[in-house]
Structure formats: C-alpha cells, structure tokens
Design a protein around this ligand. Structure first.
Ligand code: AMP
Length: 283
C-alpha cells in the first residue's frame, strides 16, 4: 500500500486507476483505526476495485477545548492494518497541505448542523462538511463509505451530496461493537478501567428503549425517559442527550409509527464524550 501525502499524488494515483477502468471507493477516517473502520474498508472492497483510505485528524471539526491535540495518532499501526486489508492507497496529508493559510470558504451543513451533536459542538458539522467536500474533490471517488456509528454525520453527508450534487454515492455501514455492546471508537482508549466498565451504559440504555418499543411502547418521550433513567443510574455517566428521532430527518418524534425511528445518545464518562445510536423497531 502506498502512503501519499500530497493532493497531486493522490489525484494521479486515482486517475491512473480510473484509466484502467477501476471503480474507486473512498473511506475517510481520522486514524487510530479499529474494527469499525475495517468493516468500512471490507464493505468498500466488496463494491469497488481500488480502495482509498484517508487518515486526517481534521482540525476544523474540533471546537476550542476539545481533544484535537490529544486525539490518538498511530500512523505506523494504521498502515499495517490497512495494508493487511488490501487497501490500495492511503491519503495522509498534513493540515497545511489540506488547508491553505488564507483559506476562507467553508461548507454550511444547514439546519441539521445545529441540533444534537451540533448543539453541543458548534461548528463541528461545518468542519465535517468542508473537509468531506474537499476530500471528495481531491479523491473523486465513485463510492464513499461512512459508519452509522456517527449517525448524524452520515445524515449530514447524505444531504451534502444530495443538495450540492456531488458525484459520489454514499454508503452507510452498521456499527461495530465490543462484546459488551460498547461501540468501537478511537476515543475508547481515553477510558480508565472503571470508565470502560461503565461505558456499555449507552448500549444498555438504547437496548432498553428498543425492547420497550418492540413490546409496543410508541411514545418517544417514554422511550427517551427510559434511556435517561438507565444513564442516570450509572454514577460515572453524565447525560448530554438521549433522544428519539425520525431516522431520515433527525427531527424529534412524538410517536413511533410509520417513519423509521432512531435512538441517539451522547454521554460523558469522565473526560471522554461517547455517542451511539440504535434503530427502534415497532412490532
Ligand atoms: P473517525 O475516524 O472516527 O472519523 O471515523 C471514520 C469513519 O469510521 C466514520 O464514517 C465513522 O462513522 C466510522 N466508524 C467509526 N467507528 C465505527 C464503528 N464502531 N462501526 C462502524 N463504523 C465506524
């Protein structure tokens, strides 16, 4: 696998692959790769002939006081994992390659950018939309793979592609979890042993809501309350939000029914903020 650091190199590698008639898949990441990222890579392999993965810790999607500096950076290990998965090229640019010092145009995520994650992390989705638009323009993939783990990000990226007519097909992939239900995340390495033991509370809360929905509860408020109670019962967990929303629009739901529903939670465990989500199916 080649590690490319400039826009010119990656453009050339992709255009050569395209000249050979290959279908190009792209998996954007911030590195510190785990099984969740690798499921995206494997899904990409199934659908395309040339796989590009980016590892770029994007400064513009981190707010002041967030973990940009602390975010784990383990590029040698990432390269080993990606090489073993048969990835063709790694795009691993430095921030100053991605962003000119005087760059001033950004991409507005629209109203979805200011709810849920966007309410707690102002500017986060503008950073995501801007970097994803730039990466798509540099790589020019046919297909791009994103995890349901970041459900709102997936929804925002789908709208970005639809509303700006970006010529790429977005593919969503299910969340990879640890045996106890904790969603795999690069941020899980921040957790102490006690915090790690408390972290499955997110999955437990959503599963409680999902069981209740399957048993016939249709009130979104009742389902959200069950999640909040479960999280409140874990002393190391501080609730940020626990909501039941329309899975397509992420708008609040009153009653489960026709539209697919999704539970979304964000919880702080010590200094670490974890997010997760789960489909809620009515019987
Ligand atoms: P990140 O490196 O955290 O920016 O994630 C890169 C991509 O991997 C995003 O599309 C994430 O949604 C996806 N991803 C992260 N964790 C998981 C997981 N546990 N299961 C599936 N996809 C994931």
């Amino acid at each position: 696998m080649e590690r490319l650091v400039s826009k010119e190199e990656i453009r050339q590698a992709v255009s050569e692959a395209r000249r050979e008639g290959k279908r190009i898949a792209f998996v954007p990441t911030m590195g510190a790769l785990h099984e969740g990222h690798l499921t995206l890579v494997r899904a990409a392999r199934e659908r395309a002939d040339f796989i590009v993965v980016s590892v770029f810790v994007n400064p513009t999607q981190f707010g002041p006081g967030e973990d940009f500096e602390a975010y784990p950076r383990v590029i040698e290990r990432d390269m080993d994992l990606l090489g073993a998965e048969g990835v063709d090229v790694l795009f691993n640019p430095a921030p100053e390659i991605m962003y000119a010092a005087d760059a001033r145009v950004t991409v507005d995520p629209g109203p979805l950018g200011s709810v849920l994650e966007g309410a707690t992390r102002p500017g986060h989705f503008a950073g995501v939309c801007t970097v994803v638009t730039k990466l798509f323009s540099i790589v020019l993939p046919d297909l791009a793979f994103f995890g349901e783990k970041d459900f709102q990000q997936l929804a925002v990226v789908r709208l970005l592609v639809r509303d700006l007519d970006l010529p790429v097909k977005v593919v969503g992939c299910p969340t990879a979890r640890e045996d106890d239900g904790l969603a795999r995340s690069s941020r899980n390495v921040y957790l102490s042993a006690d915090e790690r033991a408390a972290a499955p509370v997110l999955y437990r809360a959503m599963t409680a809501a999902s069981c209740l929905a399957a048993a016939g509860e249709r009130s979104a408020r009742a389902l959200a309350d069950v999640m909040r109670a479960e999280i409140a019962a874990e002393p190391l967990a501080a609730l940020d939000y626990a909501e039941v929303v329309d899975a397509a629009t992420l708008e609040p739901l009153e009653t489960l029914g026709e539209a697919p529903a999704r539970a979304l939670v964000a919880v702080r465990i010590g200094a670490t903020r974890l997010i997760d989500n789960l489909a809620l199916e009515v019987r």
